[in-house]
Design a protein around this ligand. Structure first.
Ligand code: B12
Length: 485
């Protein structure tokens, strides 16, 4: 028996298909005896793991680990599982071991770390634990040898989604993962590509997957969505792709294929890519149900965009904000504010830029994040020198959890007053234009927030917005962005 474990990563109301584990399950289906344990659904996953360990001959525990709270849950469960079943090997896969391979292996309870795409590596690792193959021959694997030394095998060349079987939705209780959002009553998730061809130096994807992107064929995406609609009544989709659109012909074909499904959908895209599409392609995308697109605008200053290696100009963001309005697609622009080279200048320029966007397109939604360097394969830190933790336990401390969640990165270059300015500005913009994504927000709450924030926004008075915080608590405003679900 093989256990695939997806530790708790989010609250029940934000639960989505655990695609990372479903993709490993897909290659085991029909050939191996396996079970999926999802901490987002199972209220006591550690007892389930323990019971499985007792009742079955478990050959391998495969754990999916994303940086942040999921890593903490993985750490606690694995520690406990190792104590109760010391002979069962444990492998970690996902973004945490891909980005922090050595750190993951510094835990006594992690025997193997899988870097990047996991399907084939996991199958080959099964041969290793069954004594049929030497670990050093498995691409994408890092392991501890008999004397405890770390051995890193060559990287695995990534394959496109079409090379692997469909997700095994039938092996989980799908109804638990299909929930209402502003897109529809039954929203599901799908990822129709892997990797990203850009090399923005603040993003972890390039370190985990290299700088290539492989896309699913439009025919397969259509077939999967059709299956989700027919079998589970799904009426809307959130695409997880890091970069949903790469080529106009692909986007056009996909849009035409999925139009008859009448689903509303959300995705992430690049500003420059979309600007390159002609009007008829953008209309086809809209007709196919595209409701909102998340764009990493990152900054309103070209010197910062260059620093981030974003390969984008701020003027392009303004152009897109205005053009996309004609097609009825809501843009959601994300900014990373407080660049360490000159955090004051960056912040002020960025806030000014956001005001220009709002003038061009008041519907545009704004997300502000504090600049947080992302360790890229234990070496580069987005241009900043920082000492990162060397064990999962240290990553689990409050200081580093806050850092990972970008809540309070405690960056030495971000003065508390500047951080407050960023947070207050975000709060006031969010109140002035409450997001359409908040389906729980009553009309009176929307009006109250708008009324309280309008004068502040107009007069640029961002300090001490207590009354808005109070109103948000009163209405129980949450941050219901699809992106952060
Ligand atoms: C969905 C998602 C979430 C969901 C998770 C929902 C769920 N199902 O539980 C939620 C919203 C909770 C979430 C939260 C966060 N996320 Co997130 N998330 C994603 C997203 C969009 C998709 C991940 C996914 O499912 N991909 C599809 C699957 C098929 O791919 P995969 O996960 O890479 O899995 C493959 C391999 O990694 C490997 N693998 C994975 N697991 C396993 C297990 C085994 C045993 C093996 C062998 C292999 C293996 O094989 C798989 C198939 O090839 C990615 C971006 C992206 N598109 O990848 C960001 C991403 C992973 N998230 C990220 C971050 C930063 C976070 C947060 C810290 C953000 C925040 N500020 O709050 C939080 C913390 C999460 C937590 N609680 O610990 C970063 C991670 C990199 C980094 N910078 O550290 C990413 C890459 C986004 C980004 N571009 O920055 N996230």
């Amino acid at each position: 028996m093989i256990i695939l474990y997806h530790p708790k990563s989010t609250k029940a109301r934000s639960r989505r298909f655990p695609l990372s584990i479903l993709s490993i399950a897909a290659v085991l289906e029909g050939r191996e005896d396996y079970v999926i344990v999802d901490g987002n659904v199972d209220p006591a996953p550690d007892s389930t793991l323990e019971k499985l360990g007792r009742d079955y001959n478990v050959e391998l525990l495969g754990v999916s680990v994303m940086p942040g709270p999921q890593m903490v849950a993985a750490m606690e469960s694995c520690r406990e599982f190792r104590r109760r079943a010391p002979n069962v090997p444990i492998v970690w896969g996902g973004y945490f071991p891909s980005l922090f391979t050595q750190t993951a292996l510094n835990a006594e309870y992690v025997d193997y770390a899988v870097r990047g795409q996991g399907e084939e590596t996991f199958l080959e690792l099964l041969d290793v634990v069954r004594g049929r193959r030497k670990p050093e021959t498995v691409q994408g694997l890092t392991f501890k040898d008999a004397s405890g030394h770390r051995r890193t095998c060559a990287d695995r060349v990534m394959k496109g989604p079409d090379a692997f079987p469909w997700y095994t939705y039938h092996r989980i209780d799908a109804s638990k993962y299909i929930l209402p959002t502003f897109l529809g009553r039954r929203t599901a998730v799908h990822q129709a590509s892997i990797g990203c061809p850009f090399r923005c130096n603040f993003c972890g994807v390039v370190s985990a997957y290299g700088s290539r992107e492989k896309m699913e064929s439009p025919a397969r995406t259509e077939a999967m969505l059709r299956h989700l609609k027919r079998t589970y009544g799904v009426d809307s989709i959130q695409f997880y792709d890091n970069n949903f659109f790469l080529r106009a012909d692909h986007a056009r074909e996909l849009a035409e294929r999925i139009t008859p499904l009448e689903m509303r959908w959300w995705c992430e895209a690049r500003i420059d890519t979309l600007l390159g599409y002609d009007d008829s392609t953008l209309s086809a995308i809209r007709r196919s149900g595209c409701t909102m697109i998340f764009f990493g605008a990152e900054s309103g200053s070209n010197w910062v965009l260059e620093e981030m290696n974003k390969q984008l100009r701020a003027e392009q963001t303004l152009e897109l904000a205005s053009r996309i309005r004609d097609f009825g697609i809501i843009p959601e622009f994300s900014f990373v504010v407080g660049n360490p080279r000159d955090p004051e200048r960056d912040t002020h320029e960025c806030l000014h830029f956001i005001r220009r966007i709002k003038k061009l397109n008041p519907e545009a939604e704004i997300i502000l994040q504090h600049y947080t360097p992302v360790p890229q394969r234990e070496g580069m830190y987005g241009g900043v020198e920082m000492q990162f933790p060397s064990t999962p336990e240290e990553w689990a401390t409050e200081r580093w959890l806050n850092f990972t969640l970008r809540k309070d990165p405690s960056s030495p270059w971000l003065r508390p007053a500047l951080k407050r300015l960023i947070d207050n500005f975000e709060l006031i913009v969010a109140a002035r234009w409450p997001t359409v994504q908040d389906i729980r927000l009553p009309a009176w709450g929307r009006q109250l927030l708008k009324a309280l924030s309008a004068w502040r926004y107009r007069l640029k008075i961002y300090t001490l917005p207590f009354e808005i915080e109070w109103a948000q608590r009163l209405i129980d405003v949450r941050k219901p962005r699809v992106e952060s679900l």
